[in-house]
Design a protein around this ligand. Structure first.
Ligand code: GAL
Length: 416
């Protein structure tokens, strides 16, 4: 059964909101915008979008934050669109998440706006727009580049244990037992499959190397997934599982908070963690350190967030949707939002000189072109969910690395 059918069957149970999306107000439209940005840093960033939208148009941003992770929010968002209760706009990760909605004719085509405003001339890398494109038509406005391959480290945790702050994953692994002896949690990890899958992906790039990573993630080569490079990955992940034992938090930002409050040495998380450090008043390079590519491979994936606009047969709503899409892509919005979010802008032509030391590292890697496609681009939502389920089982229990490798390779073989 495909995803859409599964979602349709589940939809009645998960629809939460009624049609609050489209009241008219003083010449503008009240546009409900759904997203899963509910941590402190995320909330600060999304309010930049709302401010820009309201400052530059007559419309009103009706905030439709959905608590929980993307994995909780996406089925709610999708079932509302399928169930005839669409919002005005919604966050999703660009890539394959909206493919079935677009194929079902439920989403607005943004191609005319994108051509009029010359998105292809300034979006960098242009692969971000390709990830919004189906059959030559553009269906989303990408708002950021978020990468997942980062190790965040607490300086204080290392200093209090009398250790140097690691410069890469290997040094982290060497010092993790000493952190444990000092009564600290070596690796903070939220107990959710997507976070464990993210950590797996980051370790895979570092340990397997780029060729093997590409063979598995892009070419879906099951022989490589069963080969020695990935055996080493699974052994490294089994090791990381030990360092994460005792980290009983659920949400990713609770795990980030363990690093912020210096009770944990490190966390593998996407660059959105920077939003949390920022609202906690921490300074990159002083209070915390960040290692892109886990300090092993200076690469980043070009995942991220994009806004999609469900098809609504109302001219005022359509106009407000286009105004929001246009606002999201403006240089001012791009700078204000991404500085708060910790992500990189989708425009190559904006001034990011006030970005912190970690964002500067990301900008440099992007400038060097050391980029990879994201998991949302490489795998369908269905396969991603199955991989996340496997990760949750692996990280929470005592499944052997060899068994996990076999199951992972089987899932890679099912991906197209
Ligand atoms: C990702 C999203 C990020 C970040 C993260 C945690 O899917 O792209 O913007 O917010 O979830 O909520």
């Amino acid at each position: 059964m495909n995803n859409l059918k599964t979602i349709l069957m589940a939809s009645t149970a998960t629809i939460l909101a009624g049609s609050i999306a489209f009241a008219q107000s003083e010449g503008g439209t009240e546009l409900e915008v759904t997203h899963w940005w509910t941590s402190g840093g995320e909330a600060a960033a999304v309010s930049r979008l709302a401010e820009e939208f309201e400052a530059n148009t007559d419309n009103t941003w009706v905030d439709g934050a959905i608590a929980g992770s993307g994995g909780t929010a996406r089925p709610i968002i999708i079932s509302r669109i399928i169930g005839g209760d669409p919002m005005g706009a919604t966050q999703l990760n660009h890539g394959q998440q909206a493919a079935e909605l677009i194929e079902a004719g439920l989403m607005t085509d943004l191609t005319d706006l994108a051509e009029e405003e010359g998105w292809r001339d300034f979006v960098n890398p242009t692969s971000l727009l390709d990830a919004c494109t189906l059959d030559g038509r553009i269906y989303c406005a990408p708002v950021n580049i978020h990468s997942a391959q980062w190790l965040w480290l607490s300086r204080d945790a290392y200093e209090s244990a009398g250790l140097d702050v690691p410069n890469n994953w290997d040094e982290f692994v060497e010092t993790a037992p000493q952190l444990r002896e000092a009564g600290l949690q070596p690796l903070a990890m939220g107990q959710q499959g997507w976070q464990q899958s993210l950590a797996f992906g980051a370790i895979a790039i570092g340990v397997a190397g780029l060729d093997a990573w590409r063979a598995v993630n892009v070419d879906k080569d099951t022989e490589v997934a069963m080969g020695p490079e990935y055996t080493a990955v699974w052994e490294a992940v089994a090791n990381a599982r030990e360092f994460a034992r005792g980290s009983n938090v659920q949400d990713w930002n609770q795990a980030t908070n363990m690093v912020i409050t210096d009770s944990a040495g490190a966390q593998i998380m996407g660059d959105w963690a920077q939003g949390e450090f920022a609202v906690a008043g921490e300074t990159a390079g002083e209070d915390y350190e960040c290692l892109p590519g886990l300090g092993l491979n200076a690469v980043l994936d070009t995942g991220g967030d994009a806004f999609y606009f469900p098809l609504v047969e109302d001219e005022a709503v359509k106009a407000a949707q286009m105004e929001l899409a246009s606002t999201l892509m403006s240089p001012e919005t791009q700078v204000a939002f991404n500085l708060a979010k910790g992500s990189l802008p989708v425009r190559g032509d904006v001034d990011m000189s006030t970005a912190n030391a970690c964002m500067q590292k990301g900008l440099e890697i992007l400038g060097d072109g050391n980029i990879l496609p994201s998991g949302d681009i490489n795998f369908s939502a269905d396969i991603q969910t199955q991989i996340e389920d496997l990760m949750a089982e692996f990280w929470a229990g005592d499944m052997s690395a060899a068994d996990a490798q076999q199951r992972y390779a089987d899932l890679v073989g099912q991906a197209d």
